[in-house]
Design a protein around this ligand. Structure first.
Ligand SMILES: O=C(O)C1=C[C@@H](OP(=O)(O)O)[C@@H](O)[C@H](O)C1
Ligand SMILES: C=C(OP(=O)(O)O)C(=O)O
Length: 431
């Protein structure tokens, strides 16, 4: 097979590299999207300037930074870092959410603290991602939100002040509804008490990450009772933080060692983290990999022999596309459960994964809350990515073992990992 190009142009279809031999690679990944966007929001709400060291610069985080700038915050580049100087928040402003859930959910409560109207819109698909319960919660808190749709586009009519207090929200469609209310809650006059009422909350580690980030800025948060969080009103202290590597983006790279055989190390893997992506260690272990976390990073080794698994991914839904790709190459069937909410992600991920695995000759079936995958011999084809970064990364995992996989619009990985193709090629020694 000919060498693959190391980088690619926008919107190009990309022939996924096929692994001719076992891997032996060390690949670093840039900072966490979820941490970068939380730190940006808290820095904009803080009492003094913050330094974010080695933040992720990708579509989702650049959209967050430019939205905060349009509200008056100064976000400036200092070498690799971002210096954030909080200023009085003000409208009129226009927030482009792109396809970033964190921008669409985290910023409306911030906009309510601004003086003036703040309009929100985003990519065409973003108008279909869940937002209704969040807008209802904002209205219940006395915030004026105008707009006819259950989601985007809408306008938050900020008056510089939110009374706050108790609010009930059904966050079963997205944990980001809870995180959003908590992140801004310390700046509400009475703080905020958020009660989740509905089917089980997905992505709990992401809410824990929000709570930890708030505590890092001196905010008092009580999360002692299930499905209830209380944030005391207080000043938000400035931050000086180094952003951890994005472990969900690291997942396809370490999964590659199991799929192609060989060894892959991702350096700077944190020993302790709230990132949901850390769960990939146990998942790959269950699928037959050797996994070891040392001071050098996370090292995963495999033989190419993959065991089928029965997993509840409710807490770590982000990992589903990559885990499903690995499962499609296993020696036995897998069941992935607890992930009905993925139908409201960048695309309907359960439908997208099913269609694309089956397009390659596989046998994937949707259940009410997940997927059943029965491995079959796969063949190459053009894999559709639905503007979903994780679909593109999952296709790359399949391409390691299936000759002739071509990834449609691989540049969609830029949502969270702009130089994905270069890093992926370096996995195969082709950078
Ligand atoms: O708060 C966050 O940073 C995120 C929470 C999760 O969202 P959902 O709870 O909507 O799945 C996760 O899937 C998303 O990628 C990032
Ligand atoms: C669901 C995801 O993103 P978002 O932050 O846009 O919800 C994701 O990155 O898998």
């Amino acid at each position: 097979m000919p060498a693959q190009p190391a980088s690619t142009t926008l919107d190009a279809d990309w022939p996924a590299p096929y692994a001719e031999e076992p891997l032996d690679a060390t690949v670093s990944v840039p900072g966490s999207k979820s941490l970068t966007n939380r730190f940006l929001v808290l820095a904009a709400l803080a009492g003094d300037e913050s330094l974010l060291r080695r933040p992720l610069r990708s579509r989702d985080t650049l959209l967050m930074a430019s939205a905060l700038r349009s509200l008056g915050t100064e976000v400036t580049d200092v070498d690799e870092d971002w210096l954030v100087r909080p200023r009085d928040l003000r409208g009129p402003a226009l927030v482009d959410c792109g396809l970033a859930g964190t921008v669409m959910r985290f910023l409306p409560p911030v906009a309510a603290l601004a003086q003036g109207p703040v309009e929100f819109d985003g990519d065409e698909h973003m108008r279909r991602r869940p937002m209704g319960p969040m807008l209802d919660a904002l209205r219940a808190l006395g915030i004026t939100v105008t707009g006819d749709a259950p989601g985007l586009p809408f306008t938050v009519e900020g008056n510089g002040h939110v009374t706050g207090g108790k609010v009930v929200v059904d966050a079963s469609a997205s944990s980001q509804f809870v995180s959003a209310l908590l992140l801004a809650g310390a700046r509400f006059e009475k703080g905020v008490t958020v009660v989740h009422d509905g089917k089980p909350l997905p992505s709990q580690p992401h809410v824990d990450m929000t709570v930890e980030a708030l505590r890092d800025t001196g905010v008092i948060v009580d999360d002692g009772d299930a499905n209830t969080w209380h944030v005391e009103p207080s000043e938000i202290h400035s931050l000086d933080v180094e952003v951890e590597p994005d472990l969900s983006n690291a997942a396809p790279f370490v999964a590659a060692a199991l799929v192609a055989g060989g060894t892959v190390t991702v350096p700077s893997w944190p020993q302790f983290t709230t990132q949901a992506g850390d769960a990939i260690r146990d998942i790959l272990d269950a699928m037959g990999a050797d996994v070891s976390l040392t001071r050098d990073g996370l090292t995963v080794s495999g033989t190419g022999q993959i065991d089928g698994v029965d997993l509840d991914l409710h807490d770590v839904g982000e990992l589903t596309p990559v885990v499903a790709a690995v499962a499609a190459l296993a020696s036995g069937p897998s069941q992935l459960r607890g992930i009905a909410h993925l139908r409201g992600h960048e695309t309907d991920r359960l439908a997208a994964i099913t269609t694309e695995i089956n397009r390659l000759g596989g046998d994937c079936r949707e259940t009410e809350d997940g997927l059943v995958i029965r491995p079959r011999p796969l063949h190459g084809d053009l894999v559709r990515t639905y503007a979903d970064h994780r679909m593109a990364m999952a296709a790359a995992v399949l391409g390691l073992r299936v000759p002739g996989v071509v990834i449609e619009n691989v540049a969609t990985t830029g949502k969270t990992l702009p130089d994905f193709t270069t890093r992926w090629s370096s996995l195969l020694g082709r950078a």
